[in-house]
Design a protein around this ligand. Structure first.
Ligand code: NAI
Ligand code: MG
Length: 358
């Protein structure tokens, strides 16, 4: 099977790590029976400066018509309000209905603060909640007041919880097939604040519960837990090892997933995927890192793991597992690490070590 992958490096170190993502795909063992073709696509602040648009229509159309999946590097945001500029990744999520943002967080090695291995996934709803951006400001005798709509729908809550359930089942399957001894169970933790926001978060909570109660999830042993978002933050930082899959509405998910990335050290390790039905874009969580741009020392691991995630959502679990194992091998040995990890290796050297392990 040939998968066609759109490559959108974007700005800064995006142009250094996305080529590494392509190389790992090309290096996958032939025995997997997978082939790839690539198409280079533009987006980002540089593109905006050259053409006046951050997300060219050609990029969207090519992704829609030709591609099975894509890799997105990072984009720089203008430091001052820039007329006509809006984030291309936010627009892409909307145009392609990539309704889930999936962010796995995995520790490299035990630390005094976290002796147990951290291995969790945050599944963030990506289309609604406060991010519908329906805001208004008006004047009152006591000064201005600003308001924003928080919209929660049954449809969006149901499909995000179903995706979280699917991920929990898949993780459990991988744990059993690799003889994992952590004793970890398939658990989806629904995060909300329905004690205060009984209608909006109440609907999210009820709908997510109903979706996860479907018989195929129950038969697969998926347990449903709940956590009020503020106590979730506390527990996430006290006992991160106790979580498996966390599902949350947009705003809480945004905050939790950036926070969780801090649990494992460098931003250069943390991947993500923007996922819809039948399409996935892998995207490292970090930005364009202007401070190290052009030096050839960006950590490619967040991108390599994002490649794995993209493959997982395109139904290529075996290929994804190979990449994760190769990356984990590099980190466990700890000999060829990039500077953000306390090592001296260049992007290219880390990549070559991971490819060798494939
Ligand atoms: P950043 O993630 O670009 O960098 C933060 C720090 O982490 C820097 O010291 C950087 O060198 C380091 N770092 C990040 N990725 C790394 C990697 N792969 N290897 C080694 N070190 C790495 O965030 P910052 O500096 O706040 O933002 C820079 C630009 O990126 C801004 O224009 C911002 O708007 C944009 N940005 C874009 C994102 C995206 O495209 N999704 C996400 C975050 C920021
Ligand atoms: Mg964020």
């Amino acid at each position: 099977r040939t998968l066609r992958i759109g490559l959108i490096p974007g700005d800064g170190i995006g142009r250094e790590v996305i080529p590494a993502g392509r190389r790992i795909l090309e290096a996958l063992p032939i025995s997997l029976g997978l082939k790839f073709s690539f198409v280079d696509l533009d987006a980002g602040f540089e593109t905006f400066k050259q053409t006046g648009v951050a997300l060219p229509e050609k990029t969207v159309e090519t992704l829609k018509k030709e591609c099975d999946g894509a890799l997105f590097g990072a984009v720089s945001s203008p430091t001052t309000a820039t007329k006509g500029y809006s984030s291309p990744i936010v627009a892409l999520r909307k145009r392609l209905d990539l309704y889930a943002n999936v962010r796995p967080v995995k520790s490299v090695a035990p630390t005094p603060a976290f002796p147990d291995p951290i291995d969790l996934v945050i599944v963030r709803e990506n289309t609604e909640d406060l991010y519908v951006k329906e805001e208004k400001t008006y004047s009152t005798p006591n000064g201005k007041v600003a308001e924003a709509i928080k919209r929660i729908s049954e449809r969006a809550s149901s499909r995000i919880a179903t995706m979280a359930g699917d991920i929990a089942v898949r993780r459990q399957r991988v744990r059993s097939s690799t003889g994992d001894t952590s004793g970890k169970q398939a658990v989806v933790t629904i995060t909300h604040k329905s004690n205060v926001l009984s209608q909006t978060d109440g609907l999210f909570r009820e709908t997510a519960r109903a979706a996860l109660s479907q018989s195929h999830f129950q038969d697969a042993g998926v347990q449903i837990e709940e956590q009020i978002v503020d106590s979730m933050v506390y527990k996430l930082f006290r006992q991160p090892a106790s979580y498996d899959v966390i599902v949350a509405p947009n705003l809480y998910g945004d905050i939790l997933s950036d926070g969780a990335a801090a649990l494992v050290g460098s931003l250069g390790l943390v991947p993500s995927a923007n996922v819809g039905d039948g399409f996935a874009i892998g995207e490292p969580c970090h930005g364009s890192a202007p401070d190290i741009q052009g030096k050839g020392i960006a950590n490619p691991i967040a991108t390599l793991r994002s490649v794995g995630l993209m493959l997982e959502f395109l139904g290529q679990e075996e290929a994804a597992a190979r990449i994760y194992q190769a990356v984990d091998g590099n980190l466990a040995e700890g000999k060829l690490l990039s500077p953000d990890m306390g090592g001296k290796a260049a992007t290219e050297e880390v990549l070559e070590d991971v490819i060798r392990r494939l």
